[in-house]
Design a protein. Structure first.
Length: 158
């Protein structure tokens, strides 16, 4: 198992694409109150979340889901989405990506965790690096942390 400090999260890579012949990967995610992902799209992968502890709200396309312990949500590929921890205390969840590959982005963007604790973030998000590494991994980062899919420009009606 690898433990990675990724933004303000601790992510344990439990199952890799190498172990599943590229079929899927499984990540154990631990996050602090208030964490939010950038608005992004997985071009080629579906992403599922099983919440073990805490509460997260997921905005995807025009939908909103609030997940509590025991809830699962599968996001289809190609749908813009953003997650935010909206409960009290820390959040723990499992993330499953199919096909595998997201774990490589986590490794490349994050750093090997020297300790099994949440990282202390002192630097702002390097959005240019995130966009470049994301693009190489099939992930389009289309907005900053906290931006909702509904805030994307809509094409004019015909």
């Amino acid at each position: 198992m690898e433990s990675i400090w990724y933004l303000d999260l601790l992510i344990d890579i439990l199952v890799t694409g190498e172990q599943t012949d590229g079929a899927y990967s499984v990540l154990d995610v631990w996050g602090p109150p208030g964490f939010a992902t950038a608005l992004h799209v997985h071009r080629d992968a579906e992403e599922g979340y099983y919440l073990k502890e805490g509460e997260i709200t997921v905005w995807y396309g025009d939908e909103i889901a609030v997940l509590h312990a025991g809830d699962f949500l599968l996001l289809p590929r190609g749908v813009p989405h953003m997650l935010k921890h909206t409960g009290d205390g820390d959040v723990r969840m499992l993330g499953v990506c199919t096909p595998a590959g997201f774990e490589d982005f986590v490794r490349n963007f994050g750093t090997l965790a020297p300790r099994r604790e949440l990282p202390v973030v002192t630097e702002p998000l390097d959005i240019k690096r995130a966009i470049a590494l994301g693009a190489a991994a099939g992930i389009d980062i289309i907005g900053p942390p906290g931006m909702l899919p509904t805030q994307l420009a809509k094409p004019p009606a015909a």
